[in-house]
Design a protein around this ligand. Structure first.
Ligand code: SAM
Length: 240
């Protein structure tokens, strides 16, 4: 019987490994999804690949699964970070979910001068990244960082990590192509108010930053994040 339900667990996985479920996972599997002893579930933890596991114990508040066989090796995404300025809650959730589905290795919320929300709920955003990985068949879950200030992020920027600077001021011109520039990258997406002039010049003067246009129209930040990840994945990532 092939397993359909995928569950992220923060627990080692391996041949014969027993995996205890917490209350939330037990409620989801046995309450919501009506699974019971003997059911087959796909587990992944972001490190050991995906494993088919059998339900050994099923309870209201707990459960126990045992790993049977590895169904997928760990598939790491490309070394791509999405650095974005948080916008309204629902749209920020959307950006995190899409970044996880589209293959970001790390998601970095950045507080820029025009960012309207000065704080994020990191745990909630991390849960969205986990859910996206469960749904899209991924075996890796990108880490969602705490909110970091723009200057602080760039202070200790590793020179080997290139920046795809999505600059709305370039909207009418052609941004530089990315082809062939392999290695670690980060995409920068600004807030609803865009990047300030100071931030724009800071990014433009960085040796390893490539200013990119996302076409002649101004996209919403969430649209821009998806468009930029698509361009990057098709030029340099694991979609080709
Ligand atoms: N301040 C801008 C305005 O109101 O005209 C809007 C900024 S836009 C909503 C948010 C971010 O999406 C920008 O900072 C940029 O990173 C990205 N973006 C949107 N449209 C873009 C375009 N045509 N080219 C490059 N980046 C774009």
């Amino acid at each position: 019987m092939d397993a359909k339900i995928r569950l992220y667990v923060d627990h080692p996985l391996g041949e014969g490994q027993s995996v205890p479920l917490d209350r939330g996972q037990a409620h989801y599997l046995f309450g919501v999804m009506r699974q019971d002893v003997g059911a087959q579930i796909l587990l992944f933890n972001g490190k050991d690949g995906e494993w088919r596991a059998r339900v050994e114990q099923a309870g209201k508040r707990a459960g126990l699964l045992s790993c049977q066989e590895r169904t997928k090796p760990l598939q790491m995404p490309p070394d791509l970070w999405l650095c974005f300025a948080p916008i309204k809650k629902a749209r920020t959730d959307f950006i995190v979910e899409k970044a996880a589905e589209m293959g970001a290795a790390r998601i970095v919320p950045v507080q820029t001068e025009f960012t309207n929300s000065g704080r994020i709920q990191r745990d909630r955003l991390q849960a969205h990244a986990v859910e996206a990985a469960e749904q899209c068949g991924g075996t890796y879950v990108p880490q969602v960082d705490d909110l970091i200030k723009f200057d602080r992020l760039l202070q200790s920027w590793e020179p080997s990590r290139r920046i795809m600077f999505c600059d709305e001021a370039l909207a009418s011109s052609q941004g530089a192509p990315l082809q062939g520039l392999h290695g670690p990258w980060a995409i920068f997406i600004g807030p609803e108010g865009g990047f300030s002039d100071r931030e724009r010049s800071r990014l433009r003067e960085m040796e390893n930053a490539v200013s990119v246009s996302l076409g002649p129209r101004i996209l919403r930040a969430d649209t821009a994040a998806v468009a930029a990840m698509t361009i990057w994945q098709l030029s340099l990532g694991d979609w080709t």
